[in-house]
Design a protein around this ligand. Structure first.
Ligand code: 1HN
Length: 341
């Protein structure tokens, strides 16, 4: 045994390790993630999601979800190093029982209309493209009183909470939480460019918990008549907390963007790995040197940290996306590179 190996063995018994053997892997000159570009085509995932409805009920599963696992991070329930994503199915007549946990969640409705989520005493009926949040430690339950299956994309900060060892969770006991406010109350109070006088923020998350697609889409459509297109993003809007102008939740940033037919974005990279869900249109996205994905409605893809992203839209296209950008910005870590990747 060499002198070094003997030394490592000796110190290892005292729970000590030599930094110089691992330093280059710890402090990389640029992000070096195991996260890979990946695409989930709707025509390949819808079948299994619907099939899961015959395997287990929403009630028994608590949440009947097929997890979107990044191929570079299999077995860890992650779509990126910091985020979890899944496709959740709620069939007509089903309920997903009320619970709350430290993890914050977003829903982006992919298929269906008429199912609901209740959050902290208010229900919202959901439609395709709606962005719905259930912030950390809020009671939430889902149900479907419509006659159609509903499937949505879940995004949660599970890996971040895991990293901090800060997970708490509890069940309410009843399937449905008691309702204390009429549907639409939050949007009326906080989502009209007005705020209740003397409003004191009681939470780090937005008091608006459904950002309906019809309104977001209309905003993009109105802007396109006026706005110069951003070379990297087309027209891109950020889901905002109306109380402080920040992101809708403290750990997950979300955006909606419009790319007009024929538009090709300049290469763009940032330190936040992003999950994209296609709402409308079709096109292609090149991610680093590794992947070119052709996409259409309801497809989902992920771009890892610091990989150059270039979108090209064959038809007018709308992309929803979410990432950990809000956290990285707070920690002074977030960087972007426009046009050089
Ligand atoms: C959760 O609460 C939901 O409320 C979905 O719909 C997915 C994955 C892990 C932990 C909690 C939901 C989840 C989750």
């Amino acid at each position: 045994m060499t002198e070094r190996a003997a030394f490592y063995e000796e110190i290892g018994a005292r729970n000590l390790a030599p930094l110089w053997e691992v330093m280059a892997g710890l402090i990389t000159p640029e992000p070096a993630s195991a996260c890979r570009p990946a695409l989930w085509r709707w025509d390949e995932v819808r079948g299994p999601v619907m099939e899961s409805g015959g395997i287990i009920s929403a009630e028994e599963a608590e949440r009947r979800v097929l997890v979107l696992e990044n191929p570079g991070l299999r077995g860890t329930s992650r779509i990126t190093t910091s985020l979890y994503a899944g496709l959740q199915l709620v069939l007509p007549g089903e309920v997903a029982p009320a619970h709350r946990h430290s993890q914050s969640a977003l829903r982006f409705v992919v298929e269906g209309e008429g199912a609901y989520t209740a959050v902290e005493g208010e229900r919202t009926t959901m439609a395709e493209g709606d962005f719905v949040i259930t912030p950390h430690w809020t009671w939430h339950d889902h149900g479907n009183d419509s006659d159609r299956a509903m499937i949505w994309l879940d995004g949660l900060d599970i890996p971040m909470v895991q990293f901090f060892d800060a997970s708490f969770a509890e069940r309410l006991g009843d399937d449905r939480q008691p309702l204390s406010r009429p549907e639409g109350d939050s949007l009326a109070r906080y989502g009209q460019g007005l705020l209740p006088v003397d409003h004191e923020p009681g939470s780090l998350a937005s008091p608006v918990f459904n950002y309906p697609y019809a309104r977001s889409r209309e905003a993009l459509e109105a802007m396109r008549r006026q706005e110069a297109w951003d070379p990297c993003h087309g027209l891109k809007l950020r889901y905002a907390n109306p109380v402080d102008g920040g992101y809708a939740m403290p750990t997950i940033a979300a955006h909606l963007q419009l790319l007009p037919a024929g538009f090709e974005t300049a290469s763009y990279r940032a330190t936040d790995a992003a999950v994209f869900a296609v709402v409308e249109g079709s096109g292609k996205t090149r991610i680093g040197d590794e992947a070119v994905f052709s996409w259409g409605p309801r497809d989902i893809f992920v771009a890892p940290s610091w990989h150059g992203v270039r979108h090209s839209a064959a038809e007018d296209a709308v992309l929803f996306s979410f990432s950990d950008r809000v956290v990285q910005e707070k920690l002074g870590l977030w960087r972007e590179d426009r046009g050089n990747a």
